[in-house]
Ligand binder design. Structure first.
Ligand SMILES: Nc1nc2c(ncn2[C@@H]2O[C@H](COP(=O)(O)OP(=O)(O)OP(=O)(O)O)[C@@H](O)[C@H]2O)c(=O)[nH]1
Ligand SMILES: [Mg+2]
Length: 422
């Protein structure tokens, strides 16, 4: 089964908690703190693999969770990190966060690995919290939760040339004639039901050609199979438009040409502006006069036109030479700008916190503060003290004072509240 679009839920592993423990040994009284750190939660990773052409990892499963990290141990022992969960996807897989529409990754190269959801960091053990004043810290930090996302995963094949045309015109026959691809070919429409790629080699150059199911009028509006497959030719440098010249099926090649181009224009992703070459196929069934007339009409519009008979390879050599030349002159099509391709925004510079005022309440918000509150044990005196010192050091108190806080006002930190007394 061909799957080129899937909604999946991924959750990276949570970090393990840091340990609270004290060194004990015979004859060594009052050993210092030795609680180790929790292990990192496992990441969710996508890896691009050549040779795959469907999102099969998501055929039966829609939920993926990586392992949690273990708790830290005594004697400074680190908790074991959770195993990463790696999912293999075809080259050309685009991953988006459903909620925000933000692009997380575009896997374009064989072997490329992208961390889609980061495992939570392990919490620090109490060994880190000792100092000259506090020699026996009885607290540690909890592990951080792993990231989780509802993803929209889409396959957008990457090819140099996209074959387009009505069903049954001979697109797959042409691909078979010029590459080692073995597409299904038969004398009925919609023989091709899933996109396929073929490598065309010419001397010491080569290019990749994509075969998709035939387009019909209304494809952009979801009629027939066409629309959903147009995304597979979005990332091509040029389109090879195949027209059926045989008089047997009462098609008018020029009308077909217009209709397909209307479809592309309605799909509206710049496909209509992509350079095109035209192949007039099944010429052995047509009379020379019709062929010459169609050829001239299209040439007059500045198009390169090649009469061919795909199954026996007639005219195919010249066509492929022209395609190869044109491909070399065209830059690859990028759908996403390179900065966005990388997973950089996740930990991008972010203000540590933000302060908003509602009457006598001052709200401090932001991921940092949220995580700090979540990993602090407020029941525990020392842990609380540590927390208080940290928010002072990071400038929270100063910022509150700048915002005009008065003694007795309420400070709300995520879901923890206290009254402000300097
Ligand atoms: N006579 C003749 N038949 C051809 C030629 N090229 C292809 N055919 C036949 O036309 C039929 C359709 O060919 P396909 O290559 O499957 O066409 P397609 O455009 O891939 O069709 P879909 O995948 O259904 O969209 C097959 O029976 C081919 O053998 C040709 O040049 N001359
Ligand atoms: Mg086909």
């Amino acid at each position: 089964m061909f799957i080129d679009r899937a909604r999946v839920f991924v959750k990276a592993g949570d970090g393990g908690d840091g340990a609270v423990s004290f060194h004990t040994e015979k004859y060594v009284p009052n050993g210092g703190p030795d609680g180790g750190d929790g292990g990192r939660g496992g990441h969710i990773i996508f890896t691009a693999r050549s040779g795959m052409n469907t999102l099969q990892a998501f055929r039966y499963r829609r939920k993926f969770q990586a392992e949690n990290g273990d708790k830290g141990g005594q004697r400074r022992r680190y908790g074991r990190s959770g195993n990463d969960l790696t999912l293999e996807v075809p080259i050309g897989t685009v991953v988006k966060d459903q909620e925000t529409g933000r692009m997380i990754a575009d896997l374009t190269v064989d072997g490329q690995e992208v961390i889609i959801a980061r495992g939570g960091r392990g919490g620090k053990g109490n060994v880190h919290f000792a100092n000259s004043v506090r020699q026996a810290p009885r607290f540690a930090r909890a592990g951080m939760p792993g990231e989780e996302f509802e993803l929209l995963v889409e396959l957008k094949l990457i090819a140099d040339v996209g074959l387009i045309g009505f069903p049954n015109v001979g697109k797959s026959s042409l691909l078979e004639a010029v590459s080692s691809a073995k597409p299904k070919i038969a004398d009925y429409p919609f023989t091709t039901i899933e996109p396929g790629l073929g490598v065309v080699t010419l001397g010491d150059t080569s290019f990749v050609m994509a075969d998709i199911p035939g387009l019909v009028a209304g494809a952009h509006a979801g009629i027939g199979l066409g629309l959903s497959f147009l995304r597979h030719i979005e990332r091509t440098r040029l389109l090879l438009h195949v027209l059926d010249m045989s008089p047997q099926n009462s098609r008018d090649p020029l009308q077909d040409f217009e209709q397909i181009n209307d479809e592309l224009a309605s799909y509206d992703t710049g496909l209509a502006k992509r350079p095109q070459l035209v192949a007039l196929n099944k010429i052995e069934l047509a009379d020379a006069e019709t062929i010459a007339q169609v050829q001239q009409t299209l040439q007059a519009r500045g198009l390169q036109v090649f009469p061919i008979c795909a199954p026996i390879g007639e005219g195919v050599g010249d066509l492929i030479k022209a395609v190869a030349e044109a491909v070399q002159k065209l830059p690859p099509v990028r759908l996403f700008d390179p900065q966005q391709d990388q997973v950089v925004y996740r930990y991008a510079e972010e203000k540590l916190f933000e302060i908003t005022q509602e009457g006598n309440r001052f709200l401090v918000s932001g991921t940092w503060i949220e995580n700090l509150v979540r990993t602090t044990n407020f029941e525990q005196h020392e842990s609380l003290q540590y927390f208080q010192r940290l928010i002072r050091r990071k400038g929270v108190i100063e910022a509150l004072e700048e915002a005009g806080i008065q003694p007795g006002d309420t400070v709300s930190l995520h879901d923890f509240e206290f009254e402000y007394y300097p």
